[in-house]
Write a protein that binds this ligand. Structure first.
Ligand SMILES: [Zn+2]
Length: 390
């Protein structure tokens, strides 16, 4: 591997990241991230396919609205159908019929949020499956082995993500474990067809974040993620932390902010230097009849749309907006028709990808600071950029 922490470009056999342009007014950059299953333009949004499916959406529809990489959850796939089953069926790309890049998380975050009776120790986590109560254990080596069986292009180190607010002692313990586990993950990582990202923990404590990052860079990873944000702290605190920290991560590696978030959070993080995002917000809101549009947040069950023949978003060219009226979408939700959640999820994913395209265009023109200012003003006036019911 060629590594240079001040350079803009990183490459090894099958992966290459090139930060091709830095915005003059912020710390944002646009980049090209080549993986074995295709090249991603960054900053990028990754739709979440929790159980190997972006709920209700076909792979070709994801392509159609601009998805270039999707995320799948190791915890869910390891419980059902099991990583060995996925491996025996040819790996995750073939199993879910998505031939583009895939990222899997390490499973840690879901253990802490979903599994019952999780007991963490210095070597790993014991937990009961939320599906059948079976007692299971995950540690750094098994988290990497499972992700190697699943076969995603980008895999994540196993980390400990404490909920915020956390005591200084709890944060510090999580950081020390995360560092030790990252080294164990690196030792267990054997596939050159997969890039293993290290995850920086440390909550809102910048000294701990720096300590964690320094240790991870010393171990050496092809990419770095910021974990442990959007877990209970205010969005202002999150933005402050990102502004002080994101640009300290190696400039020649992709920087991934895990599980964030609203369009305003995303543009703020991009301005701080982040390249990759994932969040369930577009799909979860879409299933609940909430749509992101430039003109505002549309709650499709509202009676005001009963006879509304306009498309959901007049500026959107997604299959939902090109073919259907708000009145029809409202009817689908009230009648409990499955097409409603499908169409609005698809539209929301298209909205997020369009938002990222606008961000990339603004960076290309050295105008992200203007776009950010407009987004902040529009959010202050109550636009959907910062508002989201779920
Ligand atoms: Zn649309």
């Amino acid at each position: 591997m060629i590594t240079a922490l001040t350079a803009r470009k990183y490459s090894d056999d099958l992966f290459e990241f090139d930060a091709i342009h830095n915005d003059r007014g912020t710390r944002a950059r646009i980049g090209r991230f080549a993986t074995p299953h295709g090249t991603i333009d960054t900053p990028v949004f990754m739709p979440v396919g929790t159980r190997g499916s972006v709920k209700g959406i076909l792979p070709e529809q994801l392509r159609q609205v601009g998805s270039s990489i999707i995320l799948a959850n190791t915890y869910h796939l390891a419980l059902r159908p099991g990583s060995q089953t996925v491996r025996d069926l040819g790996g995750l790309h073939r199993f879910m019929s998505w031939d583009g890049p895939i990222l899997t998380d390490s499973g840690g975050f879901q253990i802490f949020s979903l599994a019952t009776l999780n007991a963490i120790d210095d070597d790993g986590v014991s937990f009961k499956s939320h599906i059948d109560g079976a007692l299971m254990r995950l540690d750094p080596a098994s988290a990497v082995a499972i992700q190697q069986e699943l076969g995603a292009d980008i895999i994540m180190a196993f980390d400990q993500c404490p909920a915020l607010p956390a005591t200084p002692d709890a944060l510090s313990l999580a950081v020390e474990r995360t560092i030790r586990w990252a080294a164990e993950c690196k030792s267990a990582w054997t596939s050159s067809a997969q890039a293993l990202f290290g995850i920086v923990q440390g909550g809102l404590d910048l000294d701990l974040r720096r300590r964690c990052l320094d240790a991870l860079v010393h171990i050496g990873f092809p990419g770095y993620a910021i974990g442990g944000l959007s877990v209970g702290e205010s969005t202002g605190d999150m933005a402050t932390c990102l502004n002080a920290f994101a640009h300290l991560m190696p400039s020649d590696r992709p920087r991934y902010l895990m599980g964030v978030g609203r369009p305003l959070d995303i543009i703020r993080a991009v301005a701080a230097g982040v390249d990759m995002f994932d969040c369930v917000m577009p799909t979860r809101n879409g299933r609940n009849s909430f749509a992101f549009t430039d003109a505002g947040f549309v709650r499709l069950r509202n009676a005001r749309y009963r006879l509304d023949e306009r498309p959901l978003d007049e500026t959107c060219d997604c299959p939902c907006c090109k073919q259907f009226t708000r009145a029809y979408l409202r009817h689908l939700f009230l009648a409990d028709e499955m097409l409603g959640p499908i169409l609005v999820s698809l539209h929301n994913i298209a909205y997020y990808h369009r938002w990222m395209r606008r961000i990339r265009d603004a960076i290309r023109q050295d105008a992200l600071a203007d776009m950010l200012r407009e987004a902040e003003n529009s959010a202050a006036a109550g636009s959907p950029l910062s508002e989201a019911p779920e």
